[in-house]
Design a protein. Structure first.
Length: 359
């Protein structure tokens, strides 16, 4: 059954956010022209990447929560906050692609992919060209993080609420960097040294769910008890979202998801999916898996073999079951909010969209 929210829908939110993003990039590109064409190219590359895809889920959550608790308020008053969270998301994706050595995002070349091509006539050495391209991507992500803070100061709300929103943003950036570090290190540190739940909470839930939802609620001056419930709900959904993302990272169709289904295996990313496999697999299956896992040159046939192992051992089904458990728990928490039943539909929609993403 399709659940329809009485607040702003995702399509409208995406349209409003993209319109604001367009104006934001026009301003930045005009300002970059004062420094020269190279800086203009960078901002144009960032704009092209951001507008190439993405559902604007984080801005939607912020806007919809704000409207749910403050139905008569103008969304334009807090649009800069919504876009700020989209910029943080884009920055994290750009930096994540550097870490994962990916060159594609949303089915197009990401920043380092664009610049690797752009620098081809000027740098013949492939390694040096890759280094320079990744360096530009690093700068692009940094620029977006800085501008997210700048945009928060443009919110048309009382100064005290703006300060609270900025504190939330600061905390989520701090936490996602720590979560990303743990996600990098879990690939090579001894098994069990790092909790995968901790990674999911701080790498994904913090900035993707806790930040947007609690920011929207704070700016709307929602009851403190509701803000606390939304934080707990965000963590549950965020962890489930990461589990679903891990499935997409191996079994997803890149044409649908815009995400590589090879890099997690090639980079040796330790996920709950991998942990479940190791618990269920035979010695022979473990050996076959180890021959491909964490091997950057793995072939497509190798990757298909790994996908088959993850399915046959029941590891995939176990993760899918865990996602479903998170979904049911999240749904049960929505009833505790002080919102009316119509407004609560927003969160049922959010849970379904987050935990049942198309693969």
């Amino acid at each position: 059954m399709q659940i329809v929210s009485t607040t702003i829908d995702t399509a409208t939110a995406k349209q409003l956010v993209d319109e604001y993003i367009g104006g934001y990039f026009n301003q930045r590109i005009n300002e970059a022209a004062q420094l020269g064409l190279s800086y203009v190219r960078l901002w144009q590359s960032i704009e092209n990447l951001i507008l190439a895809g993405g559902k604007r889920l984080r801005p939607y959550m912020l806007l919809a929560t704000y409207q749910a608790y403050n139905p008569e308020a103008k969304l334009s008053d807090i649009m800069p906050a919504a876009v700020a969270h989209e910029l943080i998301h884009s920055a994290m994706l750009i930096h994540d692609d550097i870490i994962d050595r990916d060159t594609m995002r949303y089915g197009v070349k990401n920043i380092n992919g664009q610049y690797n091509e752009h620098y081809s006539p000027f740098i013949s050495d492939a390694n040096e060209r890759a280094h320079m391209s990744l360096s530009v991507a690093l700068l692009a992500g940094d620029a977006l993080i800085a501008d997210a803070h700048m945009l928060l100061r443009k919110i048309n709300r009382p100064t005290e609420l703006i300060n609270q929103a900025e504190a939330i943003l600061n905390k989520e950036i701090f936490e996602v960097i720590g979560g990303e570090l743990l996600d990098v290190e879990v690939a090579f540190l001894p098994k069990g040294a790092i909790s995968l739940d901790t990674i999911a909470i701080y790498k994904t839930a913090s900035y993707s769910f806790v930040g947007p939802l609690t920011t929207g609620a704070v700016l709307a001056q929602a009851p403190e008890n509701d803000i606390a419930i939304l934080k707990k709900l965000s963590i549950i959904v965020g962890v489930g979202y990461q589990l679903r993302d891990d499935l997409i990272g191996v079994f997803g169709n890149p044409a649908i998801t815009g995400k590589s289904n090879a890099s997690d295996i090639k980079e040796g990313k330790r996920t709950y999916l991998v942990e479940m496999f190791e618990q269920c697999a035979s010695e022979e299956q473990l050996e076959r898996f180890a021959a491909v896992f964490h091997h950057p040159t793995a072939s497509n046939d190798d990757l298909e073999m790994v996908r088959g192992l993850l399915t046959k051992t029941g590891a995939r089904a176990a993760v899918e079951q865990l996602v479903e458990e998170k979904r049911l728990r999240a749904v049960s928490m929505v009833s505790s909010l002080s919102l009316n039943e119509d407004a609560k539909q927003l969160y049922f929609v959010l849970i379904e969209q987050s935990l049942n993403r198309e693969m």
